[in-house]
Ligand binder design. Structure first.
Ligand code: UDP
Ligand code: MN
Length: 287
């Protein structure tokens, strides 16, 4: 018997390794569709697990079957009413405003914590979690050989960013004991995790291992740190803040990245050679 609310998958695992993502509503299910296609195109033999909550309908999940994913239904974490209130969208945005970019209206901060449920999937030796708003542009299986807890730095403005992690890509070793320890630490009286799971994971794993920045390259690097952009090295492209399926204020600044995401969503016009793409200082945009 699975613990209450734990991920319940629609079929048995095939591999001992898995990529996992999370979708709690239709918008992120769209993101996961592009992500799952991109993962399959890397030729990985690992399982792909899509964690989903009651907020996503069957028709929104259905397109994912094309990529042979394991759909795993789970619940939000059993956090206290005080915790849920402190991390509600309005309260969190009020207490810790986002000044660098905009979070879409469909982003519910409390839902981010569901990522922690992957520690309940003990059928896997390693899980590489990837946000639903990301694309995997090159095979990433090497990450299954990395230890817990590995993540890339949260770089999108300056060198100072290298000291903090971004929780859009990370390597975890599932363990019910770790999950229980996390829950105990997560929902302590009076806590406030200002950037939700990301702040929590950095605190829970203070000795986190650093992955190359190209394992989680953030879209703002395109216009803020163009010298860091390298199509020949990028493995994961992550659309933090505004999403590529939204109409948003920075869309013109990242147009080639949005076009790339669309290609992976539809499966049409996926570039045959990512390394050959024009960088932010060349081509139509950014100059
Ligand atoms: N997520 C979700 N529903 C939400 C908020 C987040 O499914 O309402 C999941 C989804 O996988 C998403 C991830 O949690 O990619 C983290 O949120 P997001 O990517 O929007 O944060 P950002 O990368 O902008 O910090
Ligand atoms: Mn993200």
């Amino acid at each position: 018997m699975l613990p209450e609310g734990a991920p319940a998958a629609d079929h048995a695992p095939v591999s001992t390794h898995a990529y996992a993502t999370l979708v709690t509503n239709a918008d992120y299910a769209l993101g996961a569709r592009a992500l799952c296609r991109s993962l399959r195109l890397t030729g990985t033999q690992a399982d792909i697990v899509v964690l989903h909550t009651g907020g996503v309908s069957g028709p929104d999940l259905e397109p994912m079957h094309e990529f042979g994913v394991r759909l795993a239904r789970c619940d939000l974490l059993p956090t206290s009413a005080a915790f849920n209130a402190a991390h509600g969208r309005d309260r969190l945005h009020g207490a810790a405003p986002f000044t660098k970019g905009e979070k879409p209206a469909f982003h519910t901060p409390l839902d981010n914590f569901v990522k922690l449920r992957l520690w309940q999937m003990e059928e896997y030796e390693r899980v590489v979690f990837i946000d639903a708003d990301a694309l995997v542009l090159r095979n990433l299986d090497i990450l299954f050989q990395y230890p817990e807890f590995s993540a890339a730095p949260n770089v999108y403005e300056s060198l100072g960013d290298f000291t903090r992690l971004n929780s859009g890509v990370f390597v975890a070793k599932p363990s019910a004991a770790t999950f229980a320890a996390m829950l105990a630490r997560l929902d302590a009286p009076g806590v406030f995790w200002r950037r939700t799971d990301q702040t929590f994971l950095q605190s829970f794993f203070p000795g986190w291992h650093g992955l190359p920045v190209y394992c989680n390259l953030l879209q703002y690097v395109w216009f803020n740190l163009p010298d860091l952009w390298d199509w020949a090295s990028v493995r994961v492209l992550h659309y933090q803040y505004e999403k590529p399926w939204q109409d948003h204020a920075k869309a013109d600044q990242v147009r080639p990245l949005i076009d790339l995401w669309r290609a992976y969503l539809t499966g049409e016009n996926i570039p045959p050679d990512i390394a050959a793409l024009p960088g932010p200082k060349e081509g139509a945009c950014g100059s």
